[in-house]
Design a binder for this molecule. Structure first.
Ligand SMILES: [Fe+2]
Ligand SMILES: [Fe+2]
Length: 220
């Protein structure tokens, strides 16, 4: 039963430092209305929210140790920033220790930090709710605009967040995470494909279309 799983994962999270617990509660405040708005299953969203940061408070050394222990791959970015491992570690522990079998919820938890080129609705809601929660908006007012946008267009909101992250990384001199960059490139392409104009008509086709629409005098 998903309600039992939510209770167990929530109970585990409540053992974590108070600041982290408050963050997760604020993420839930964002995620539940987004779930209602976009027609996602509220309980599956809630489960992934309670689980996403189970290991967020661990030190970099602990992240690396835990990743090795549970068999999470450590790439070059994770070596530089071990905090990137907390999502994949949580997904593995939720699967193995908490017996979660909801693959979409597990993938949402795994990729909540940086996203992935293809994401389920559940994953998109968790990712954006995690980034726009109240405390984060206070630190970066631009995220309030991203939050507004998430109510109109979830994909574009994620792309805008990614642009904001890119600008922040460039300004602060942070390393750009390769997997996030790949995902971002995909989101950009998808965005432009969706808003792109149809192929340009030739002069003759354009004239014929204009006549059909009654916008140009017919030849007769
Ligand atoms: Fe996180
Ligand atoms: Fe989080």
């Amino acid at each position: 039963m998903i309600t039992d799983q939510i209770a167990a994962v929530r109970q585990e999270l409540l053992q974590r430092p108070a600041g982290l617990v408050r963050h997760v509660e604020r993420v839930l405040d964002e995620a539940i209305p987004l779930a209602a708005l976009w027609g996602a299953d509220k309980e599956r969203v809630e489960l992934s929210v309670w689980g996403h940061d189970l290991f967020r408070a661990k030190s970099p050394t602990e992240q690396l140790r835990l990743a090795k222990e549970v068999g999470v791959e450590i790439d070059e970015d994770a070596k530089a920033y071990p905090i990137l491992l907390h999502g994949p570690i949580a997904a593995t522990v939720l699967r193995e220790r908490f017996r979660l079998t909801d693959e979409e919820a597990l993938m949402a938890v795994r990729d909540h930090t940086s996203g992935l080129d293809q994401m389920s609705l559940l994953a998109k809601i968790l990712l954006i709710a995690d980034k726009i929660e109240k405390r984060k908006r206070q630190g970066a007012p631009e995220l309030a605009d991203v939050r507004q946008l998430a109510r109109r267009d979830l994909d574009t909101a994620i792309l805008c967040w990614s642009d904001w992250r890119w600008a922040t990384e460039a300004r602060e001199g942070y390393r750009i995470q390769a997997s996030h960059w790949r995902a971002r490139q995909h989101w950009v392409e998808e965005h432009h494909a969706e808003i792109g104009m149809p192929p340009r008509a030739t002069g003759r086709a354009f004239a014929a279309a204009a006549r059909r629409e009654g916008l140009a005098p017919s030849r007769e």
